[in-house]
Design a binder for this molecule. Structure first.
Ligand code: F6R
Ligand code: MG
Ligand code: MG
Length: 363
């Protein structure tokens, strides 16, 4: 068995929240290389999506392993030191606890992990997002694993025709439910359409094999106040009894709206980009997604293939930029700005307090 762990954190932006500084990424690589030399990880890569540092690693310690999580935490602490020295923006922002307590979950960093029996050939894609929240994976995961208009294999491939099992988390109530598709499709959509509360945590084949896993940590719920967007990650296995690589990428050939963008308080188009282009700039966005593909070879990460660098995503980018123009023309009005109860920044309580005596009953 091999475990693929992706643990990420925003521990300082360069400049503002737009990008990761090379020195910070170099420090992460140094720490990960030490972990590899010690034999703690089989292989690793350090990537970035905007201002988020992504640790992609393979090992044989299983999911939720204390040593792996500790090492990731220590790496982010070391990167925070660099961020502080360079006075990068929001240095250490996602390290919400003062000290590590066994598992990075609930402490700020986002985390997606799967333990698998590596197939004779094991293609996987790691999706990394910036300026959005965990519910952003609901629509693409639904399309990959349940929509025959997206995934031809659901109809014409014998090993996918039975459908999949979705594990959906209620991130407010801390509950989970499993849906089997296609039979539970309509029931499931009632929930996963509400992306702020219900997040697809994982997808399994009907035989119970893990197909996809996402990070569902909600920074807002952890900290009880706004500390930045979740900027989630997601791992998807491809080919064979899973969707083909092209079926996994297909949902991103169109743009759609996700929450996040400026001050985590707006709807914005999700734009597929290469790692190099994951530099949210306009209005701190628009929200970005990077897709790194790997072949696993006895735990070695052969890759990455930077999928969204491909020209076939140009139309999606154009559509996203056009949607950005349309949304931005709303300025402070909904539906560009999130509804009052979902905004991460608000001055409403203070403004209401100031004006309370000026409110009169309407006769
Ligand atoms: C969104 C994001 C940025 C910041 C914005 C204000 O997730 O990170 O849009 O919210 O730049 O940042 P502060 O409040 O740190 O000045
Ligand atoms: Mg940031
Ligand atoms: Mg970020």
């Amino acid at each position: 068995m091999v475990t693929l762990s992706v643990i990420k954190a925003d521990i300082g932006g360069y400049v503002g929240h737009s990008e990761s500084h090379p020195d910070l990424l170099a420090t992460a690589k140094e720490k990960m290389e030490q972990a590899k030399q010690k034999g703690l990880v089989i292989d690793y890569q350090v990537a970035k999506c905007g201002d988020d540092c992504e640790l992609i690693m393979t090992h044989d310690h299983g999911t939720d392993n204390k040593e792996i999580h500790q090492m990731a935490w220590d790496t982010f602490v070391a990167c925070t030191e660099v961020a502080k020295k360079l006075k990068l923006y929001g240095a250490g922002q996602d390290l919400l606890a003062d000290a590590f307590s066994g598992n990075v979950k609930g402490m700020g960093p986002g985390c997606a992990e799967m333990e698998i029996e590596e197939r004779p050939s094991e293609p996987v894609i790691v999706f990394m997002a910036d300026k959005t929240s965990s519910g952003a994976w609901n629509m693409p995961l639904y399309k990959m694993f349940a929509d025959p208009f997206n995934t031809a294999g659901l109809v014409i491939a014998e090993n996918m025709h039975d459908g999949f099992t979705f594990e959906v988390h209620d991130v407010l109530e801390n509950k989970m439910i499993k849906f089997n598709t296609p039979e539970d499709l309509y029931d499931m959509l009632v929930f996963i359409g509400a992306t702020t509360r219900y997040c697809i945590k994982a997808v399994y084949t009907r035989k119970g094999e893990i197909a996809a896993v996402s990070s569902t940590q909600k920074l807002f719920n952890i900290a009880g106040r706004y500390v930045g967007k979740d900027d989630p990650v997601c791992i998807v296995r491809g080919q064979g009894c899973f969707p083909a690589i092209g079926e996994i990428l297909e949902p991103f050939s169109k743009t759609w709206l996700v929450e996040g963008w400026m001050r985590g308080s707006h709807y914005g188009p999700f734009m597929p980009v290469s790692e190099a282009d994951s530099t949210p700039s306009r209005f701190d966005g628009p929200p970005r997604v990077v897709a790194y593909g790997y072949q696993l070879a006895n735990g070695k990460l052969v890759g990455p293939r930077d999928f969204f660098a491909d020209k076939s995503f140009d139309n999606a980018r154009k559509a996203a930029l056009d949607a950005a123009d349309l949304l931005r023309s709303h300025g402070p009005f909904e539906p560009h700005r999130l509804p009052l109860n979902e905004m991460e920044y608000t001055t409403m309580p203070q403004v209401m307090e100031k004006l309370k005596d000026r409110f009169e009953d309407i006769k």
